[in-house]
Design a protein around this ligand. Sequence first.
Ligand code: 4NP
Length: 152
Amino acid sequence: MKRILFVCLGNICRSPAAEAVVRAKAGAAGQNLALDSAGTSDWHVGDAPYPPMIAAAAARGYDLAPLRARQVRGADFDGFDLIVAMDRANLAALERLRPAGNVTPLRLFLEAVPGAEVDEVPDPYYTRDFDATLDLIEKAADALLATLAQAG
Ligand code: 4NP
């Protein structure tokens, strides 16, 4: 089973949403994946996702409420087969945290989307546009699952 970790800054908006959206879509498609999410910061460790993010996701049928924030740790690099960052700053932070010798693929989430106009998932904690972020996360989730299905 493939293990995938989604990473953003706080682990209360984008990466928990990505985790829940990919979980729902993978379940509907019968794809068996082990999914988790984490933040590069420790700012919200132990917190539930941000309430407006929970509400916007719930309106689309995704349940973020049981998730709790944690920080990325060195052991995650060997514990997952793929690590997916929401933006370039978090991708760079992951490269700095990567233990010597580890070769786990690190990707931007929107890299999976053919012809995507942007390569970063905007942070709705700042933009306040939770629906625009969810639109991109749903697109990237479909593209990621298609890529994984092709890879077998
Ligand atoms: P996230 O959004 O990285 O998508 O979880 C953020 C949440 C909280 C903060 C920054 C980004 N913060 O500054 O507390």
